[in-house]
Ligand binder design. Structure first.
Ligand code: ADP
Length: 474
């Protein structure tokens, strides 16, 4: 499987997992919300029916005297009710009159029964197919054939004198029953609306989640993909860099082996080539190992105080021979006081010597290289300035990449591996500093290393304490 499809598959898998998890979360919360809303509406509806029934019950009970003809009594109290067994002809003024306590007459109906459970009267808007017989269960849900549903509440009505007269009590204890019903059509419509919102909204939300999941997975995998690609490029570059000296070395060895014994004088120069290529290979491998160790080492480094004045002086002395051989004027400029940093001494030497060697290599004869040291804002600044060929602005962002060369041929000829600046940058970062470049083509370049300084009293502390100090202040 190639890398592209591997990453695409991982991305798809991530997006699918994300969508799946979100589907469960959204599904559960949607269902929970739906249940809560339906329940809240249902409870509110029952409470409303109960409260209307209560009001009605309380207002008519005092008027319910034991009567010979309860229907007549009811007609006096509710002239707009229909009497059971008679043709119902609601008065024309019905809409202006109110059944006690009920303002929304279209949604509610009432029915009154005697204490035997015989229907006495009912409101004209009662759903027709309702049974004439009383079902005394307090709550019922009724539905006419395929018609709207109704929620009905039944309560007992007591005759007036049974409350007032404590000595005399009615044999039944009740006058009759009051039934209040309410259509569930608005409630059912609301539930249907919620169901519709869920059935359409949930899949729609999931499509959005899937699309954003795909995008987010891409975002999350991008740095990994880039790192993977960098790693692959590095491996390919390293193999390529190793192959050329190795091939040349093998060819030379083969030539030596084929050399007739009559030409012993040709052997030493060929062996010198072998040695040169061997050294090049060994330097390349050492550089690669150093880079890898710098990039992988996350443990607290074993740093010691290093005096940068000494470092610059030593390196100027060391490289003066190379500078003289290249006809370059090499000089340094140091401050009067000493500047100390915490670091790995040999790595710091390697960092500055890489910059100085480059400055000498990429400066034409007659030019000059100046290494200056100063401290500013608690930072030590080592600047390596040359009057060399300079680096084009478009190349400046790439020169710290491993194996990158502005002019490959020239760099190889000077023995460069293309790792010098990558190593310099890795060492600087390892010391919690940073490396900058300022360059003009044909004018020269300035490479500046910024490192955190330590103060002389700290220098006297033990190495372990210094590491703690560095960790705490770093
Ligand atoms: P190399 O081993 O090839 O010198 P480096 O990583 O040290 O590799 O440098 C990368 C590239 O940056 C070099 O090939 C060169 O083109 C450019 N370079 C580095 N230092 C300088 C400099 N002081 N002046 C001009 N070009 C430079």
């Amino acid at each position: 499987m190639d890398n592209q499809s591997l990453f695409r598959r991982s991305r798809a898998r991530l997006a699918i997992w994300y969508t799946g998890v979100m589907a469960v979360i959204l599904g559960l919360s949607g269902f929970g919300l739906y249940r809560a809303l339906v329940l809240a509406n249902w409870v509110a509806l029952e409470r409303e029916v109960e409260s209307i029934a209560g009001t009605l019950h309380d207002s008519i009970e005092p008027m319910l005297l034991p009567a010979e003809n309860p229907t007549e009594l009811l007609q006096q109290i509710f002239p707009d009710l229909c009497v059971a067994g008679q043709v119902c002809d609601p008065p024309t003024t019905l809409n202006q009159r109110h059944t006690t306590g009920i303002s929304d007459r279209r949604s509610y109906y009432i029915r009154l029964f005697d204490h035997h459970g015989t229907l006495l009267a009912y409101s004209p808007n009662q759903p027709l197919p309702l049974s004439q017989a009383l079902n005394p269960a307090p709550w019922q849900t009724l539905q006419a054939d395929n018609g709207p549903r109704y929620r009905q509440f039944t309560t007992i009505l007591h005759a007036a004198h049974t409350h007032a007269d404590s000595g005399e009590s009615h044999s039944h204890g009740s006058w009759g029953y009051l039934q209040i019903g309410r259509t569930l059509a608005p409630f059912d419509a609301e539930v249907q609306r919620l169901q519709w919102v869920l059935t359409v909204g949930l899949p729609l939300a999931l499509v959005l989640v899937a699309v954003s999941g795909w995008g987010l997975a891409g975002l999350a995998l991008r740095p990994l993909y880039q790192a993977y690609q960098r790693q692959q490029r590095f491996t390919a570059d390293a193999a390529h860099e190793l192959r050329s000296p190795l091939a040349s070395l093998l060819a030379t060895v083969e030539a030596i082996l084929r050399l007739p014994p009559s030409q012993p004088q040709d052997v030493p120069p060929m062996l010198q080539t072998v040695e040169r290529q061997g050294r090049r290979l060994s330097r390349l491998i050492a550089d690669l190992l150093l880079l890898t160790s710098l990039e992988q080492d996350f443990s607290p480094p074993s740093f010691k105080p290093c005096c940068l004045n000494d470092l610059v002086t030593d390196l100027t002395e060391e490289l003066s021979e190379l500078a003289t051989a290249s006809d370059i004027h090499l000089a340094h400029h140091l401050p009067e006081h000493e500047i100390w940093v915490l670091g790995h001494e040999s790595q710091l030497y390697r960092l500055v010597s890489n910059l100085m060697a480059n400055a000498i290599q990429y400066t034409p004869p007659g030019g000059s290289v100046l290494v200056s040291l100063e401290a500013h804002d608690h930072r030590a600044i080592i600047a390596v300035k040359d009057t060399g060929i300079g680096i084009p602005p478009t190349e400046q962002s790439h020169i710290f990449e491993r194996f990158y060369r502005v002019d490959g041929d020239r760099s190889r000829k000077t023995g460069g591996t293309g790792l010098g600046l990558a190593i310099a940058k890795a060492i600087t970062q390892h010391h919690r500093g940073h490396l900058t470049i300022k360059s003009d083509v044909g004018q020269g370049s300035i490479f500046s290393v910024y490192l955190p300084v330590i103060h002389p009293p700290v220098v006297r502390l033990e190495a372990q304490n210094l590491q703690d100090y560095y960790r705490l202040n770093g």
